[in-house]
Design a protein around this ligand. Structure first.
Ligand code: ADP
Length: 270
């Protein structure tokens, strides 16, 4: 029985990811990292959290292991399990164990989606113990100082079931993400989608209108991600209204009345 070989080098991000800083998030992350404190990224979907982690992994030269959490994700999925092959039983590290072993960044995206038993395994890693017990192997991995646990969480869902417990959240340094302010979002859109300033400005106006509908018919406003999508379609020659309908309106809602309303907003701008 042996732990499978695993090439941490393959998880290094070689090229600098484009990340537009929006506040003091880089300094905050670096200080937390140096202090071996785990990091919680708070904010709505599509506002740059994943891109930020990729950028920090590149900047700190650490391998990045990302797990998108879902409601079937168990502690074993994170820690690892025995696999029975034709003639032997092998242990396969899960992503969390791999990240601990190689001193990487483990990014658990949307942690509240995961099953409750996953918190049991992240807690000892997220406090001074900094260890990962692997019960099935009777092994306790001590995290090297380079390891950092990063989780993300969208407080906007406002469902008791989707809340992060105090005992979990109080172990982390929290960095809040929101939609970037207009000038920065414009820079991001021009760079990411390859569109001109005027088109970017219109998309941002449209986004602001949908964002004000949050809680009034929309669960979320248009994220930067959706604007980038619409911008990319426009840059490829798709008619702007059709691009906004497909990439923004339809992505936000299925409700007929809401789609009509967003469509009107689109028509006033494009
Ligand atoms: P989240 O992880 O918060 O859901 P992402 O990091 O995937 O969101 O961001 C979605 C997209 O928005 C990215 O792929 C990128 O194109 C763009 N984006 C958002 N914020 C930034 C930023 N600050 N710098 C560069 N790109 C950004």
């Amino acid at each position: 029985m042996h732990a499978r070989d695993f090439a941490a080098e393959s998880l290094l991000i070689e090229e600098e990811p484009y990340y537009q800083p929006v506040g003091s998030e880089i300094a905050l992350f670096e200080a937390a990292y140096a202090s071996q404190i785990p990091v919680l990224l708070k904010g709505p979907t599509g506002c740059g959290k994943t891109r930020f982690v990729e950028y920090m992994a590149w900047r700190l030269k650490r391998p990045l292991i990302t797990v998108s959490c879902h409601d079937d994700l168990t502690a074993s999925d994170l820690v690892g399990r025995y696999l029975i092959t034709s003639n032997e039983t092998v242990w396969l590290d899960g992503p969390l164990a791999r990240a601990v072993r190689c001193g990487g960044i483990c990014y658990l995206d949307e942690i509240v989606e995961a099953r409750k038993d996953t918190t049991v395994v992240i807690h000892p890693l997220a406090d001074d113990r900094r260890c990962l017990p692997i019960e099935k192997r009777g092994e306790v991995l001590k995290a090297p100082k380079e390891f950092v646990l990063v989780i993300s969480y969208n407080p906007g869902y406002q469902s008791v079931l989707k809340e992060l417990k105090q005992s979990t959240r109080q172990r982390f340094v929290a960095i809040e993400f929101g939609y970037p302010e207009a000038e920065l979002e414009k820079t991001i859109l021009m760079r990411e989608a390859g569109i001109d300033a005027r088109t970017a400005e219109k998309l941002i106006k449209l986004a602001a209108m949908t964002r004000s509908l949050k809680g009034n018919g929309l669960d979320e406003g248009a994220s930067t991600r959706l604007l980038v999508h619409a911008g990319k379609l426009i840059a490829r020659g798709v008619e702007p209204r059709a691009a906004c309908r497909g990439a923004i309106a339809q992505a936000l809602s299925d409700e007929h009345d809401m789609l009509v309303a967003v469509d009107e907003l689109i028509s006033t701008l494009f």
